[in-house]
Design a protein. Structure first.
Length: 78
């Protein structure tokens, strides 16, 4: 699934879920190294666990962040 994040620097998030497990995540745009790290850390994790860890993270003065947008994308998928 491709998700269009809102309010962050990344322009899209591509996510693959299989039986509720995160198989792969790839961000377009944003802070490349950090987003690659987050993506690799949640691969193999249950989507619900990733959501609980990432939801609500803020970036600076923004009300959201790329990790928070990833949690929102995962929520929309399950």
């Amino acid at each position: 699934m491709q998700y269009q994040p809102k309010g962050v620097c990344s322009t899209s998030i591509n996510i693959e879920l299989e039986d509720g497990i995160v198989k792969s995540v790839a961000f377009t745009g944003g802070c490349n190294g950090n987003l690659q790290g987050i993506s690799r850390l949640i691969e193999g994790m249950k989507a619900e666990e990733a959501i609980s860890r990432l939801k609500g993270i803020r970036c600076g003065f923004k009300n959201t962040s790329c990790p928070d947008q990833l949690a929102q994308a995962l929520e929309s998928m399950i």
